[in-house]
Design a protein around this ligand. Structure first.
Ligand code: LLP
Length: 440
């Protein structure tokens, strides 16, 4: 759904040329989206509206697969668990990494075969473990990734002795914000120095120990490649120790984290260089390499459309109120994340640019999508697009302020269809009403 750069970028974004290499161009900027088509979708389905282009998801997957030809590729469903996304990536040959029972359920509903599923249990609630153990009974090739000895014990107590991988805390973190640099966060994984002992114990108790896992963090950019290399090298060393002391492993999963450019002046990740650095840092390990990115596959396949409802001149800035906010896209409020914003109005490029602060309808100061950003002067009723909304957009949406979550549309080639209807207040209050209804 690109216009090949024929329409000038209203936000000054770059206009990348149409890609011819396998996997399409390495980055799709907000300016590359076809404004007319987005206007039509907003007219048809209303705003705020998530739009996801499945062809772009396919391109991203193919580019990743070309860079890591020998690796197993899992998609981290937490980035965007929409059924259409899961189905699209399964059809491309990806496996699915699930962070919860809910994601497992959605992956199975999308047709994922058991052997393509990894369940990464992070302090798993009992019902998640019970669900995973039930799934494993029907799908014995499911892999459970445990990050604490308690989790292994709790699996054992539930009669599970199937495929088990150990999540290790590598002691090295990287990523776009401190909240997502989890590689050195004690919450995740067993301490590096205890990994061999924990694996030996699990194997001794009859678990089918198949792999090692770690995740350095999310949104790792080119500059953090050195930290990534150190992380992979530590994991390679650990895998060699395990192979020497306990025997072979099926896979070494180095997690996800591949960054995407959010700012127009940011370069895209040189995937070939990352793959090369990963292979080099890994050294000689017999286990197959597994990677499990989320963001890289879906971020630039999605935009969020929102309409301006208020324009207010204020000292030093113009406040532009829109119908999407921190409940629709939490990333700016939560991580100070920068998302490109583009006016989709046909005359936008002719408008004067001025610093605008784009805010949502939530009664809280953190409900800001950008501050003082030079944008073509917005007017009430204008349509704006917010870029890179395909990853951690809808997934992190909430119903704070009793604000129902938006609709999602997928574009598949020349077709587009509603993938998830807009919620209503009745959807938000249903559990509350159900609690007081008489039970039969
Ligand atoms: N594997 C594991 C075990 C993870 O915890 C994550 C992300 C991934 C894979 C995928 O990471 P990715 O390739 O998408 O960077 N909400 C934050 C990101 C949180 C990521 C959590 N874990 C954001 O919007 O930036």
């Amino acid at each position: 759904m690109t216009d090949g750069g024929s329409e000038p970028a209203a936000d000054g974004g770059s206009e990348s040329s149409a890609g011819v290499e396998a996997g399409g161009p390495p980055v799709r900027r907000l300016a590359d989206w076809n404004a007319g088509e987005l206007r039509t979708l907003a007219g048809e389905y209303g705003t705020p509206l998530y739009v996801l282009d499945l062809d772009r998801v396919r391109e991203n997957y193919r580019r990743l697969a070309a860079a890591f030809p020998d690796a197993e590729l899992l998609y981290a469903a937490k980035a965007n668990a929409l059924g259409d996304v899961l189905e699209t990536l399964l059809a491309e040959g990806a496996g699915i990494e699930c962070a919860s029972a809910g994601e497992l359920e959605r992956a199975l509903a999308a047709g994922a075969p058991g052997e393509s599923l990894h369940y990464t249990a992070v302090n798993p609630p009992a019902r998640d473990l019970e669900y995973a153990v039930d799934v494993a009974a029907d799908h014995p090739r499911l892999t459970v990734v445990a990050g604490a000895t308690d989790t292994i014990d709790r699996l054992g107590e539930r009669g599970y002795d199937g495929r088990l991988a150990l999540r290790v805390n590598p002691g090295v973190g990287a990523g776009h914000h401190e909240k997502v640099r989890v590689g050195a966060d004690a919450k995740f994984g067993v301490p590096y120095d205890r990994a061999v002992e924990v694996l030996a114990d699990a194997a001794g108790r009859g678990f089918d120990v198949v792999g090692l896992h770690a995740h350095v963090g999310s949104g790792v950019s080119g500059e953090a490649l050195e930290a990534h290399r150190e992380f992979v090298s530590r994991m390679g060393e650990l895998a060699r120790t395990v192979e020497r002391e306990l025997g072979g492993l099926e896979f070494l999963d180095v997690g996800g984290g591949f960054g995407v450019p959010y700012r127009d002046d940011e370069e895209s990740l040189d995937l070939a260089a990352v793959a090369e650095a990963t292979r080099e840092a890994l050294g000689g390990v017999d286990a197959r390499l597994t990677v499990e990115p989320g963001r890289y596959l879906v971020a630039d396949a999605g935009v969020l459309l929102t309409r301006v409802n208020t324009v207010k001149e204020a000292p030093g800035t113009t406040v532009v109120g829109v119908d999407a906010g921190m409940t629709t896209l939490a990333r700016p409020a939560m991580y100070d994340a920068v998302h490109a914003i583009r006016s989709l109005e046909p005359d936008a490029s002719g408008r004067e640019r001025r610093p605008e602060t784009v805010t949502g309808p939530i009664c809280e100061g953190s409900d800001v999508l950008c501050r003082d950003r030079p944008l073509p002067a917005s007017e009430r009723g204008d349509l704006l697009a917010i870029g890179n909304a395909g990853a951690y957009g809808y997934e992190m949406a909430s119903v704070y302020n009793s604000r129902p979550r938006p609709a999602s549309v997928v574009v598949d080639g020349v077709e587009s269809r509603l993938a998830r209807r807009r919620e209503t207040v009745a959807d938000v209050t249903r559990p509350e009403r159900a609690a007081t209804e008489p039970r039969d």
